[in-house]
Structure formats: structure tokens, C-alpha cells
Design a protein around this ligand. Structure first.
Ligand code: GLN
Length: 305
């Protein structure tokens, strides 16, 4: 029997000195004023127990954590056809890098770097007249929480300063790898990045991945078992960008990070966990959050390895 409350309390104490070491993302102006002292963690087990500590109920900007959910949507809509337009190899470059895209003829390395997530959003846009609402409905379904919404101030803030993402979108369009207008794709992308969710909601939304593609509370099939494996494999190999090797080594779970400081990680058949601490390391992943997950797998002695 794992003592989750005791372990979470130990992690909470251990990460306190690290909170000040990370750097809050300030390239999105609305994110710059979040307090680096925040720390929350929620573990939802497949057995139905929820364990929380710190600011686990406070909403934060999930940013690229949402890319695990948009990839899931695209997989449901297009299946393996998505791999004609996006790769599935780690990039070894920063999440917002432009260089590789030119060498590789407009095919992003994977769905989790920004270029790949823009292509994924383009796929979703081609299927829905109101793609933003479709993303919102889907994330609400996954988490079982109707209280999830976009933070439009964050979306607007990124829209007015996101020149690099704009460059990526127009570059993709020039290669013929966007079907919709770049501005439409960017608007939908900035919105899904702006989703405001708590650690509890993100951990719940990851439960279908811990449970072979099904929602544990009603058995609804979100993805086939194989497709759930694909998403977790992509998280393992590409979910934390150019820190993915270090994350696998230290944490040993498939994870998806975001520059809001959240990380979703999955222990198949056991739990879904979300940690939030806004201070980031040099690769744009939560610094204390990564440490917290490393401690979780060390102290529980469970990881996929
Ligand atoms: N919206 C952010 C961006 O496009 C997401 C990046 C991230 O969370 N890694 O820059």
C-alpha cells in the first residue's frame, strides 16, 4: 500500500528551495506576473483515489500540456493519416525552433513542438466549424469538469506577441502543410494553449491515458488501446522537448509539459499525475515540477522502467 499523502508531503517540503530557482515564462506577458511560489500536485489513481497537495485546486495556464489532448482529438479524427503531415521523432531542438522545419520540408518532427501542434490544430479546424469550442468540449469531457474555460487574456496576450509562432504558421503554409489560413490556425492554437485548469482537472483529463484509452468513470472509449499507447509513447519521446532524455532518466514516466509550469505524467494502469510550479528550467519545463515527479517515482518505487 503506497502512502501517497505522506509522499506528497515529503515532496512538497523537498521542492520549496527549488521554487525560486526556475524562471517564470515572460515571453507571454500575461504569464509574467504569476507568483513563482505556487506549487500544486494532484495524483488521481485508476482505483479512484485522489491525492492533492499545495495549490492543486488553483487554475493555471496549461499551455502545451493541452497538446496531449489536441493530438488525441486529431488521432480520433484522422487516425494514422496524421503521420503524413507530422513526424514522430524527438526534435532535439527548442519547442519553438524554426530551423529544422526548413531542412525537413515543412514536416514538423513531432506533434508536440509548436510547429507540429499547429499542424494538429489545422487538422482539427478542418473537421469542425467551431474548432475552439470542440477543443473545449473535448477537454471538459476528458476531465469530467464543466468548469474549464479559455483564459482569453492569456490567448490575446500571446496573439499580440507571438511572432515566432506566426512565423512557424506562415512557413508551414508556404510548404502546403496547413489547409486553413495561418491566422485561423494561430487563433485556435493560442486558445487551446490558454486553457485554464487546475492540477486536479489536468490529472483527471489524463486518466484515459492511464486507463488504456477509456474514461475510468463510465468506460467511454476515447482512444483504442493501441492509440492510447501511441500518445503515451509520443509523450515519452517528445513531451518535454530537448529535455526529454533527462526527464526519462530522472522521472521515468511519459510526460507533457507546458510553459505555464504544468506537467502531466502517466503511470499506465496506476495513476495520472499533474504538477504545477511556474518556474521553468532552460528547456521550458517546470524546474520544481520535474523534481517533484522524480521524487514521486523514487519514493513510490514505480515507473514505467
Ligand atoms: N503557447 C506557448 C507557445 O506557443 C506554448 C509553449 C509551451 O508550453 N511549451 O510558445
Amino acid at each position: 500500500m503506497i502512502d501517497y499523502p505522506g509522499i506528497l508531503a515529503e515532496i512538497y517540503d523537498a521542492v520549496q528551495p527549488l521554487l525560486a530557482q526556475g524562471k517564470v515564462a515572460d515571453y507571454i506577458p500575461e504569464l509574467a506576473h504569476i507568483s513563482p511560489d505556487k506549487f500544486g500536485m494532484a495524483v488521481q489513481t485508476v482505483g479512484g483515489e485522489l491525492y492533492c497537495i499545495g495549490d492543486a485546486a488553483e487554475k493555471f495556464s496549461v499551455q502545451s500540456v493541452s497538446k496531449a489532448f489536441t493530438l488525441t482529438m486529431a488521432m480520433r479524427l484522422e487516425g494514422d493519416a496524421i503521420w503524413r503531415r507530422v513526424g514522430r521523432e524527438p526534435s532535439g531542438t527548442a519547442f519553438n525552433s524554426l530551423v529544422q522545419l526548413e531542412y525537413e520540408n515543412g514536416i514538423p518532427r513531432n506533434p508536440f513542438i509548436n510547429a507540429g501542434a499547429l499542424v494538429v490544430m489545422d487538422m482539427i479546424l478542418s473537421h469542425y466549424p467551431d474548432a475552439k469550442q470542440a477543443v473545449l468540449d473535448f477537454v471538459r469531457l476528458l476531465s469530467g469538469s464543466e468548469g474549464i474555460g479559455f483564459d482569453t487574456a492569456v490567448a490575446q496576450s500571446e496573439k499580440s506577441t507571438g511572432y515566432r509562432n506566426a512565423a512557424l504558421a506562415y512557413f508551414l503554409k508556404s510548404f502546403g502543410n496547413l489547409q486553413n489560413h495561418p491566422e485561423e490556425v494561430l487563433d485556435a492554437y493560442f486558445h487551446h494553449c490558454s486553457l485554464a485548469m487546475s492540477c486536479v482537472e489536468v490529472a483527471q483529463a489524463g486518466m484515459f491515458l492511464a486507463n488504456d484509452g477509456r474514461l475510468p468513470w463510465d468506460g467511454q472509449v476515447i482512444l483504442s488501446r493501441s492509440q492510447a499507447k501511441y500518445v503515451k509513447a509520443l509523450m515519452q519521446t517528445c513531451g518535454t522537448y530537448d529535455a526529454v532524455g533527462d526527464f526519462a532518466y530522472r522521472v521515468g514516466l511519459p510526460g507533457k509539459s507546458g510553459v505555464g509550469g504544468g506537467i502531466l505524467a502517466i503511470m499506465p494502469d496506476v495513476f495520472s499525475v499533474c504538477v504545477w510550479s511556474p518556474g521553468l528550467n532552460a528547456q521550458g519545463n517546470s524546474l520544481a515540477g520535474t523534481k517533484a515527479l522524480e521524487l514521486l517515482t523514487t519514493l513510490t518505487a514505480i515507473s514505467i522502467f
